[in-house]
Design a protein around this ligand. Structure first.
Ligand SMILES: C[S@@+](CC[C@H](N)C(=O)[O-])C[C@H]1O[C@@H](n2cnc3c(N)ncnc32)[C@H](O)[C@@H]1O
Length: 241
């Protein structure tokens, strides 16, 4: 990863993490995640902490795994669906090579611009093409544009849960065989495994969509999968064919 490691630690994002106790999650963050978090990422995390929707940012432990995966497969050309203020985007930009490219899609440029000064300071803005759009039409356009099919090494999806399967179908065309697609929030705060009546009304749509998505992915022979209980659950898929 480009950039220095952060030496200081910060409190964990509230109520992220699915481990036995908050202390255990704090332990993971303090021993293994924060000490290796580049300074610019920490800066972006701190900047986002005061945002009323700060909880939307990718959990630092899940992001750390993403960075590792990106490097393991030498990913150079990537897609991100759901940027918010850019924590996972900056992580990706720091993890790919200098001439790597990220197509980053979000319908809110305003959120992206909150973190943009940190991205610029980190010297990685040139790797990012920000597309201000609904994700589905933007992905459809990528599929149509010549030379894109099977050309991406890595994709990360962290947007509206009800469309995850629609994104999956497009990304299966865009990501190469052997490439990786990671989906965030696949445990949706643990609500996928509690009685539907106990799920708060505001969460129910996301819960149902996530349960269905997890089932569909498990039945998809085109990918190897691992639902990893980091952050809010992150499912890693490797395209087989
Ligand atoms: C959970 S946040 C992304 C967090 C980000 N990965 C990070 O690490 O900070 C979800 C983002 O998806 C965007 N989004 C939600 N639905 C979308 C859609 N249909 N098309 C494009 N962007 C969408 C929202 O604007 C929001 O910024």
């Amino acid at each position: 990863m480009e950039g220095e490691s952060s030496k200081r630690t910060a409190p964990p994002p509230p109520s992220k993490g699915l481990l036995q106790t908050p202390e255990l999650y704090q332990y993971v963050l303090e021993t293994s995640v924060f000490p290796r978090e580049p300074q610019q990422l920490k800066e972006l995390r701190d900047l986002t902490a005061t945002h009323p929707r700060a909880m939307m940012a990718t959990a630092p432990d899940a992001a750390q795994l993403m960075g590792l995966l990106i490097k393991l497969i030498d990913a150079k050309k990537t897609i991100e669906v759901g940027v918010f203020t850019g924590y996972s985007l900056l992580l990706t930009a720091l993890s790919i090579p200098h001439d790597g490219k990220i197509t980053a899609i979000d319908m809110s440029r305003e959120s992206y611009e909150i973190g943009l000064p940190v991205i610029q300071k980190a010297g990685v803005e040139h790797k990012i093409e920000f597309v201000e759009s609904e994700a589905l039409p933007a992905l459809d356009k990528l599929v149509k544009d010549e030379g894109n099919e099977g050309s991406y090494d890595f994709a990360y999806v962290d947007a509206d849960k009800v469309n995850y399967w629609n994104y999956h179908e497009r990304l299966m065309k865009l990501v190469r065989v052997g490439g990786i697609i990671a989906y965030d929030n696949t445990l949706w705060g643990g609500t996928v495994a509690i009685p539907p009546d106990s799920v708060a009304g505001s969460h129910r749509g996301g819960t149902e969509a996530t349960i269905q998505f997890n089932k569909s992915l498990a039945a998809d022979p085109r990918v190897d999968i691992s639902l990893t209980p980091l952050g809010d659950g992150i499912t890693i898929c490797r395209r087989i064919y």
